[in-house]
Design a binder for this molecule. Structure first.
Ligand code: COA
Length: 158
């Protein structure tokens, strides 16, 4: 059951004709282009086309089809499954012109559903701003769980 206020058509479609679908290999160049400005502004990690290509298996694109013409990719997110216990949302981005319309939330919902379909227990996402992730239902710990603490082995390993 979708909880997004502006979903009116299919489960992964917004009223402004933006749809979320499974990514395919042919999307790599467009997804790469989408990420470039966010890499430049250091909101996303830098990834090569090859690295983005590896994310396609668990990747989802948001597409816009103005006037029924050729679709253009306006958003991307990928789920990387580390184990049955843990997966992560990576490379989440929505093109600046389409931000604030619910596209990011729809992509995240698709990722949550994908992780659920795969039977993954916990899905994490890392962000410098937690408001967006909190608005998607994320929290610092799952109910009744202890806190996760992190260390950078390249900095603290001997
Ligand atoms: C973060 C990002 C994916 C959000 O996409 P979006 O399509 O604009 O988000 P939505 O329209 O679905 O917004 C969902 C909610 O988050 C809020 N929100 C979105 N971006 C926000 C931001 N930068 N700061 C604060 N709140 C934000 C919206 O107001 C909305 O809140 P509401 O549901 O209470 O109304 C997009 O801003 C982006 O691509 N940022 C650059 C890349 C990045 O930071 N990626 C890592 C994200 S974890």
């Amino acid at each position: 059951m979708m909880s997004l206020r502006n979903v009116t058509f299919g489960n992964y479609e917004l009223e402004n004709e933006i749809t979320v679908r499974k990514a395919i290999d042919g999307d790599v160049d467009a997804v790469y282009a989408l990420t470039v400005p966010f890499v430049q502004s250091r909101q996303l990690l830098s990834r090569t086309r090859e690295e983005i290509s590896e994310l396609m298996l668990g990747g989802f694109v948001a597409t816009e089809m103005p006037g029924g013409e050729l679709e253009s990719i306006v958003g991307f997110a990928a789920v990387e499954i580390y184990s049955k216990k843990l997966a992560e949302i990576l490379c989440l981005a929505v093109s600046e012109t389409c931000q604030g319309k619910g596209v990011g939330k729809l992509l995240v919902q698709r990722c949550i559903d994908f992780a659920n379909e795969k039977g993954v227990f916990e899905l994490m996402a890392i962000s410098s701003s937690d408001y967006f992730l909190k608005s998607c239902g994320f929290d610092y710990t799952l109910p009744d769980q202890k806190r996760a603490l992190f260390i950078n082995p390249t900095q603290f390993g001997r």
